[in-house]
Design a protein around this ligand. Structure first.
Ligand SMILES: Cc1ncc(COP(=O)(O)O)c(C=O)c1O
Length: 481
């Protein structure tokens, strides 16, 4: 809930008590400098113990509820026929409306199975926008990805309420050009991660579904943040103001042929699932589950994780759970806008996204402005964010760099983990950084893996800009800050 203060400001307020905490430490800047250089300027390589405020991701980092922890205590560890699986299955049936469920170890495992079964070499998968792992699985299955987001989606300043919408005209043309038999499926991501957590509208999803149905193309929804998308529909789309989040989720799901999700993002610390009511599609995917994941009643998850996920799925339909994250993201974005820090607007799900192309307009895209900003942010604050720009892209088949449409530093807000003062601190350090942005220069690779290079690739500064940034920081904040 965003609560109004007596001076007119809004404050995001936690609708829970914090009962278990984990200690963190803000190391001095000299140590942070050593650590980020050792980590190849890649925030993924930093050790958690060296991070002060971990905004890398909301995947597997959310705080669990007391009811989730309690459920884990009664898990049934049977290899086959585990009671914990049946609880998960009934939560998916009740909240999402699907009878057939394939549990997997995490979201990308669902992407693997779906891609393996639905894609023939040379096929195209149409998406509102790609996610890193979803794209790689399409490519590995011999397919191609076509992104048909609306034009406003790539304008970080646009305040279009549904930047996750698919462009309907482009969709019709694409089907005409490829031929419907060459399109394996249409994938709609609920709050598009790489566009800054932006939702699609119900109206748009219905139009996409209609076209998919006419052309007999399966509609696949990646619903890793389905509750957030549903709440944003409730808050932004005419006619949905009075509907419950649960009803909106059901309405979205009634349009999906296949639904899959990463449970790590919302409902548990690990796991995911594919769910459908289409028996034919289910029967094509199911035989691969024991081959790549595990038996049908655990599929790569522990029984404790299935218990936590079953409760988490029921809790996510509660506006106070996912809604509180949205309020914190909104607060984060509003504060950045007030301080003239360029961020993706309007506020979406999962994170505040800083527009690194605007923030560091003097750094060429070939020198990875979003990666440089992520490294600089850690250096001056101990806050760990994630690069979501060109480093997160794959090279083309001739080895050429593919520039990202937008360069973002993602500062994630995991559920129930941080308070408003954590966010204020992050905003303050961004404010200092933007004043001193001329000191930040680019990065270059010295170790580059062939796939998903953003995870473990190593880079170094193009010159001694980090040393100069440290000197200026110490001048302003003191030796040990
Ligand atoms: C939209 C989306 N789809 C798929 C995935 C992959 O899920 P996982 O990390 O559980 O493999 C993610 C992970 O962040 C995601 O955000």
């Amino acid at each position: 809930m965003l609560i109004k203060l007596s001076d007119g400001r809004s404050l995001p307020i936690e609708l829970h008590r914090i009962k278990i905490v984990q200690k963190t430490e803000l190391q001095p800047i000299d140590l942070r400098f050593k650590k980020i250089i050792e980590a190849g300027c890649n925030t993924f390589i930093l050790k958690s113990r060296d991070v002060f405020i971990d905004m890398l991701t909301d995947s597997g980092t959310n705080a669990m509820s007391d009811n989730q922890l309690a459920a884990m205590m009664v898990a049934d560890d049977a290899y086959a026929g585990s009671e914990s699986f049946f609880k998960l299955q009934s939560a998916i049936k009740d909240v999402l409306g699907f009878k057939l469920v394939l549990p997997v170890h995490q979201g990308r495992a669902a992407e693997h199975l779906i891609s393996r079964v639905l894609i023939k070499p040379g096929d195209t998968v149409i998406m509102n926008y790609h996610f890193t792992t979803s794209k790689v699985h399409v490519l590995f299955a011999g397919g191609m990805v076509e992104e048909l987001c609306i034009d406003e989606a790539l304008n970080t300043e646009s305040i279009h309420p549904f930047k996750g919408n698919m462009d309907i005209e482009k969709l019709k043309n694409s089907i005409k050009n490829h031929g419907r038999e060459k399109i394996a499926f249409i994938r709609m991501e609920a709050t598009t991660n790489l566009l800054g957590g932006q939702p699609f509208s119900m109206d748009n999803l219905k139009k996409v579904k209609k076209i998919a149905e006419i052309n007999k193309i399966p509609l696949v929804i990646d619903g890793s943040l389905i509750a957030e998308n549903a709440i944003l529909i409730k808050r932004r789309e005419k006619g949905f103001e009075k509907k419950s989040v649960e009803t909106i989720i059901h309405e979205i799901m009634s349009l999906a042929d296949i639904f899959y999700f990463s449970g790590r993002k919302s409902s548990s610390s690990r796991g995911g699932a594919i769910a459908t009511n289409n028996k034919e599609l289910f029967d094509r995917m199911a035989p691969f589950l024991p081959v790549f994941e595990g038996f049908f009643t655990y599929g790569g998850m522990s029984s404790k994780e299935m218990e936590a996920m079953a409760v988490g799925i029921r809790e996510m339909a509660d506006d106070d759970v996912a809604g509180t994250v949205l309020d914190f993201v909104q607060f984060f974005v509003n504060r950045c806008v007030e301080e003239k820090i360029p961020v993706v607007t309007p506020a979406g799900g999962l994170a505040c996204h800083v527009d690194a192309k605007k923030f560091l307009s003097h750094v060429p895209q070939s020198e990875y402005p979003a990666g440089a900003l992520a490294a600089a942010m850690f250096l001056v604050s101990g806050v760990r964010g994630m690069e979501r720009g060109t480093i997160s892209m794959e090279r083309d088949k001739d080895g050429r760099e593919v520039m990202a449409d937008i360069e973002l530093l993602r500062l994630a807000v995991p559920r129930r983990v941080f308070t408003a003062s954590h966010i204020e601190f992050a905003v303050d350090r961004l404010k200092w950084l933007i004043k001193n942005r001329h000191l930040v220069h680019g990065l270059k690779f010295f170790e580059e893996p062939p796939v998903l290079r953003f995870f473990v690739g190593k880079l170094k500064p193009v010159d001694d800009w980090m040393e100069r940034l440290v000197i200026k920081f110490k001048k302003d904040f003191g030796e040990d800050a």
